[in-house]
Write a protein that binds this ligand. Structure first.
Ligand code: HXC
Length: 258
């Protein structure tokens, strides 16, 4: 499908979505969020895709929701027809692994979308922030919930109440990002990680993601029970038989479901 505010491509089993509204630093306007949801639905339905990389430009992953559009909203219109909800759900509930490759600004909704992904690989110039308080609102796409889970209460309060930005080093120290890489290496590293994931068994990778995400929804003993049930069920898959047989035979595994 041809999009106006994003670009999509596939490389092997990896789907790449590039936010592409350079004049507005990839601000998340209604059109862009709609296209993002459509692109994710396409990759979710495509059996040949095993992992997705979501990225932006060198200057901006996304500088947040489009403030010029937000300005026009009122309580009732947002309450009745939240234009973002479908997109946030489509990222947060995307069932296949999805990596955010962040360079430049990831602010407001941009930081929140990155946090909806499974992990963040950041370039050295990345800047994360929840500056909504400067606009007279607070984060509204999960920032008050996901940021404290990622970096702890103190830093999340600091970010959301002062509106300050966190540089990439601080973000890595705080656990918000999994890897910090030179700007020029960002896509190579993200693609390498995505290709590694996409070479595994897709159902097993999806169950692994689902199980880790359960850790943020339920208590430890229920989480362990969930993990154990899913782990047991994996022994009903051909990919478990193949993975273990390949190890015993000292050869590479050829997963059927990938
Ligand atoms: C609309 C934006 C924008 C945004 C940048 N632009 N961010 N337009 N919405 N969020 C536009 C600018 O208006 C400008 O357009 C162009 O992009 C370049 O931006 P500059 O400000 O000139 O660039 P620079 O001086 O380099 O500053 C970069 C910046 C700054 C620090 C990122 O643009 C900034 O503070 N942006 C807003 C960040 C923010 O508050 N984000 C949170 C949004 S609220 P023109 O036409 O003038 O050239 C949010 C809520 C989410 O995200 C919850 C949703 C439910």
């Amino acid at each position: 499908m041809a999009y106006k505010t994003i670009q999509t491509k596939t490389e092997g089993r990896v789907g790449v979505i590039t936010l592409d509204r350079p004049k507005a630093l990839n601000a998340l306007c209604d059109e862009l969020t709609g296209e993002l949801a459509d692109a994710l639905a396409e990759f979710e339905a495509n059996e040949d895709i095993g992992c997705v990389v979501l990225t932006g430009s060198t200057k901006a992953f996304a500088a947040g929701a489009d403030i010029k559009e937000l300005q026009e909203k009122d309580f009732v219109s947002l309450y009745l027809n939240d234009p973002f909800a479908k997109t946030w759900e489509s990222v947060a509930r995307f069932r296949k692994p999805i990596i955010a490759a962040v360079s430049g600004y990831a602010l407001g909704g941009g930081c929140e979308i990155a946090m909806m992904c499974d992990f963040i690989i950041a370039a050295e110039n990345a800047k994360f922030g929840q500056p909504e308080i400067n606009l007279g609102v607070m984060p509204g796409a999960g920032g008050t919930q996901r940021l404290p889970r990622a970096v702890g209460k103190s830093k999340a309060m600091d970010m959301c109440l002062t509106g300050r930005m966190m540089n990439a080093e601080e973000a890595e120290r705080a656990g918000l990002v999994s890897r910090l890489v030179p700007v020029d290496d960002l896509m190579d590293v993200a693609m390498e990680a995505a290709e590694a994931i996409a070479s595994k068994s897709l159902p097993i990778a999806m169950m692994t993601k689902e199980s880790i995400n359960r850790a943020f929804e339920i208590g430890l003993s229920e989480g362990i029970r969930f993990e154990r049930r899913v782990f047991h069920s994996q022994f009903a898959t051909e990919d478990q038989s193949e993975g273990m047989a390949a190890f015993a035979d000292k050869r590479a595994a050829h997963f059927k479901h990938r």
